[in-house]
Design a binder for this molecule. Structure first.
Ligand SMILES: [Zn+2]
Ligand SMILES: [Zn+2]
Length: 395
């Protein structure tokens, strides 16, 4: 089917998932479903009806009540694809993605009673191409280019955070306060350290403008270190990358190692004085391997230094919400209850099995229904992330 036909049959808002899914499925050697099937699979932020598991009315209410008692955090998110706002350029990928839909995303966050989410700018948006191998950077950045796009997205983030349903998420206390006030704290984050270039002062600048987490690498094969979805170039962390890690430690910005190779992760952990985050991934299994998933050795390395791993409802090896709950449980079994979190990648996900924040309460509902204790679920839904956030405090 041509792209034109495809786009005319599904709404533009669905196309990131569709296109990414098609590309990734091709990479995995899986036959792709047709546009109509994908439309049904993606929905339009419909509430989940078929969970792949039984949750009765009492269990569902327990999930909603849980959110009243505990602050909850999504460790990776792009609400309403705000990164597409005020675009100064156009690429085949941005054309396919269409327009941002922030208002609806904020309404969903509010309705779902999400206490905080890491609102992630996409550092290398400008370079991203959907290929048969999945997302790839089409070229390398020209000097200053990544920083300019970061400035655009940060301006948009600041405008978005002024929404009355949101508050600034500058500290763990802000997250707790947002929970008490039934608001969502927007913790600013950047997926990809590309904007730093060779200017360590930009890490200070980012912190002063509210950025609290940076995913060191994304798809741009760059100066910091190697990514999971390309062949290694640096065999881990570069000298510049080391300076960036040290600077981020000193300033108190969370280092997110999603998209980083095992070698890069190991190099960062060798020098980092603070625990790290992997904001959105899952364990590879004997029957499912994909570059974006991690081995249990990789997960244990992060957990062993006090870090936290956000389990990702990506659709890799998951066809239902219940499969996602299995992914969370596998991570807990591998690294322990103190090192698992929730990282949805909402609104820019591969083939999400959690489509809207309106269904956020289903996660605690399902974990409680599976027999986890209230305090254990509280760790996974927010407590573990908040521990890492608190550890960023500098003297
Ligand atoms: Zn990502
Ligand atoms: Zn992302």
């Amino acid at each position: 089917m041509s792209r034109q036909t495809h786009l005319s049959r599904v709404t533009r808002r669905e196309t990131l998932g569709c296109l990414t899914a098609a590309a990734a499925a091709a990479a995995l050697g899986i036959r792709t479903v047709g546009a109509q099937g994908m439309k049904a699979a993606m929905g339009d932020a419909d509430r989940l009806t078929d969970l792949g598991m039984e949750l009765n009315a009492h269990q569902r209410s327990a999930g909603v009540a849980f959110l009243e008692r505990h602050a909850t955090v999504d460790t990776h998110s792009h609400p309403g694809r705000f990164f597409l706002k005020q675009l100064a350029y156009e690429t085949p990928t941005t054309r396919a993605l269409g327009a941002a839909f922030e208002e609806r995303a904020v309404a969903d966050l509010h309705a779902g009673n999400v206490s905080a989410a890491l609102f992630s700018a996409v550092a290398d948006m400008r370079l991203l191409d959907m290929t048969a191998q999945g997302l790839r950077a089409s070229r390398i950045f020209a000097p200053g280019e990544a920083y300019a796009d970061y400035r655009r997205q940060l301006t948009e983030l600041k405008a978005l955070a002024a929404n009355p349903a949101l508050t600034k998420g500058l500290s763990p206390a802000d997250v707790e306060a947002a929970h008490r006030r039934h608001k969502t704290a927007a913790v600013f984050a950047v997926e990809g350290g590309d904007f730093i270039e060779e200017r360590l002062d930009r890490i200070h600048e980012a912190f002063s403008e509210g950025v609290r987490a940076v995913t060191l690498v994304h798809y741009h094969v760059k100066q910091i270190g190697d990514i999971q979805t390309e062949a290694p170039v640096h065999n881990g962390l570069t000298a510049l990358g080391k300076s960036i890690v040290t600077e981020m430690n000193d300033i108190g910005i969370i280092i997110d190692l999603a998209h980083a190779t095992y070698a890069l992760t190991k190099d960062v952990l060798d020098i980092s004085t603070k625990p790290v985050l992997i904001s959105h991934t899952n364990l590879a299994t004997p029957t499912l391997n994909h570059p974006r998933l991690i081995s249990s050795e990789h997960a244990k390395l992060v957990a062993g230094t006090g870090g936290v791993i956000g389990s990702w409802p990506s659709g890799f090896g998951q066809t239902t919400f219940a499969d996602y709950i299995d992914s969370i449980q596998r991570l807990i079994d591998a690294v322990g209850i103190d090192h698992v979190a929730i990282g949805t990648d909402m609104d820019a996900n591969f083939k999400p099995v959690l489509r809207s924040y309106r269904d956020w309460s289903l996660i605690p509902a399902a974990l409680l229904a599976r027999g986890l204790k209230d305090q254990e679920v509280a760790k996974v839904l927010g407590g573990n992330f908040l521990r890492v956030f608190k550890a960023m405090r500098t003297a």
